[in-house]
Design a protein around this ligand. Structure first.
Ligand code: FRU
Length: 490
């Protein structure tokens, strides 16, 4: 039984989608069907397709009462929108269906676990969001909220755990058929922690322990956790709010954190060994992973930034928000690597290839242009004793505009820069990343994927990734290369 609120949303998105049919969008990144999109939710493989849900406010291009949007794909690149899956229509989620995840039940049903938000009046008259964890069960299109909701509430918090910041459950099924889930939480003093819960059947949940605690190291509240084993290590992903930069890491305010360590399943103990940003660009948050049927761990993030997402030009578009490319994860030498899903290779069009081009100053190469593109570059100095000072690729370029990726080998710094992308706002336009893995003196590999309004830059086979959006007019599709000092690009 769908509620009136959900039926209204479903009707609205169909009508509105028709009206905005001509608007430009990313071609192979999922964007909001209509209105607003944030976090990826419920990323799962069900009935032969990948399902991706998302935080969704169909009625405007700004964040509002959260619904779950829904799309499916066979290759993670061609997405088909399905009707909105959840709406804030129950007492316990009347102020929003916040982020969550999905698993397939042994009986073939699709189980969603999400955060229900309902506002509670405070003694001083103000209102505060109380957050609980809820379930919905469905067939891949229609979902019915569980009669026993909420399944986790303030009674399932550790001492000092805040019921106002308790969200984003990520659940998975263990080999023995039982379930675990992690959820974001913070203490009364706003220090992030990740809580672990268990369930014999996906419906009856009980509190386990604090799996990881911030201890005031990385930002404040920890949102959107994910927890999985990969290449013999254990990975905890989370998106901390209010981060402070540390060297070249954690510059995004609300940023991303990857903790790599080991996990003792018998005692549910996670021992941290290292930490890093997940993405070093400007626009990336709240990633979630799925374990693909072929064993790949694939991650998608929201390719926007909370500090700038309200500065878009609403008069230009009737949708806001796009996802990152799906990325295959691996752990190598204690670091998280990300590569675009291999399905992307099948989407490549005509190949244009240049080898051993030596140049100084600016060059353009015949056939290299456009706003939808997958470009691989190997840059090396022509003379190893005399390395170039700077290399840059400029794209989304015409007389007026450009966005760039540049590399300075003497500093080992790669930079993305969108200050001339057409933005009229004094927001952050640049981000630098320290590349610790030069392939040889001055040698670096860069793969740039453009999709109309975004660039994702994969450095040295995915050891570092920088993602950014820019809303430059689509007629700016030039690409040029710049070198200060002599070098060859392959
Ligand atoms: C992260 C987040 C989540 C929450 C959702 C609400 O971007 O704040 O913690 O569930 O967005 O839309």
């Amino acid at each position: 039984m769908t509620s009136q609120i959900l039926r209204d949303a479903r009707k609205y998105e169909v009508e509105m989608e028709r009206k905005i049919a001509g608007e430009h969008r990313p071609a192979f990144h999922l964007s909001a069907r209509v209105g607003w999109m944030n976090d990826p939710n419920g990323f799962s493989f069900y009935k032969g397709e990948y399902h991706l849900f998302y935080q969704y406010h169909p009625y405007s291009t700004c964040w509002g009462p959260m619904h779950w949007g829904h799309a499916v794909s066979r290759d993670l690149l061609h997405w088909e929108h399905l009707p909105a899956a959840l709406a804030p229509d129950m007492d316990y989620d009347r102020d929003g269906c916040f982020s969550g995840s999905a698993v397939v039940l042994p009986d073939g049903r699709h189980l969603l676990m999400y955060t229900g938000v309902s506002r509670e009046a405070q003694p001083d008259g103000s209102m505060k969001d109380v957050q609980t964890q809820c379930l919905a069960v469905g067939d891949g299109v229609d979902y019915e909220k569980y009669a026993g909701n909420p399944v986790l509430d303030k009674g399932a918090l550790p001492e000092g755990g805040s019921k106002y910041d308790f969200r984003d459950p990520k659940l998975w099924r263990k080999q023995d058929g039982s379930y675990l889930c992690v959820a974001g939480n913070c203490t009364d003093s706003h220090d992030g922690q990740i809580l672990l819960y268990s369930s014999p059947d996906g419906f009856r949940w009980k509190y386990g322990k604090i799996l990881a605690a911030n201890c005031e190291r990385f930002g404040k509240m920890w949102e959107c956790p994910d927890f999985f084993s990969l290449d013999g290590k254990q990975v905890l992903l989370t998106s901390p709010q209010d981060m402070m930069p540390q060297g070249f890491e954690y510059h995004n305010g609300n940023g991303t954190l990857c903790l790599i360590g080991s996990y003792d399943e018998a005692t549910d103990t996670f021992a941290e060994e290292g930490n890093q940003s997940i993405d070093y660009g400007i626009d990336f948050y709240a990633p979630q992973t799925v374990l693909a049927p072929d064993g790949r761990r694939i991650m998608i993030g929201w390719m926007q930034n909370w500090d700038t997402c309200n500065l878009h030009a609403p008069e230009r578009q009737s949708w806001f928000g796009q996802m990152s490319l799906p990325r295959e994860l691996s752990v190598q030498n204690g670091r998280l690597f990300q590569r675009p899903v291999r399905e992307l290779e099948a989407m490549r069009g005509q190949e244009v290839k240049y080898e051993n081009i030596a140049f100084t100053d600016i060059i353009k190469l015949n056939g290299i242009q456009g706003r939808k593109l997958d470009m691989e570059l190997t840059i090396r100095p022509e003379d190893e004793q005399n390395i170039y000072r700077k290399f840059a690729v400029r794209f989304a370029q015409n007389d007026k505009y450009q966005t760039s990726v540049s590399y300075r080998p003497y500093e080992s710094v790669i930079k993305v820069d969108r200050k001339h992308s057409g933005s009229r706002r004094a927001i952050i336009h640049q981000r630098r990343c320290l590349v610790k893995s030069e392939k040889g003196p001055g040698e670096i590999k860069i793969r740039i994927i453009l999709d109309n309004y975004s660039a994702e830059v994969f450095v040295n086979d995915g050891e570092y990734v920088l993602s950014l959006t820019f809303y430059t007019d689509l007629s700016a599709e030039g690409i040029s290369f710049f070198a200060d000092g002599r070098q060859g690009a392959l």
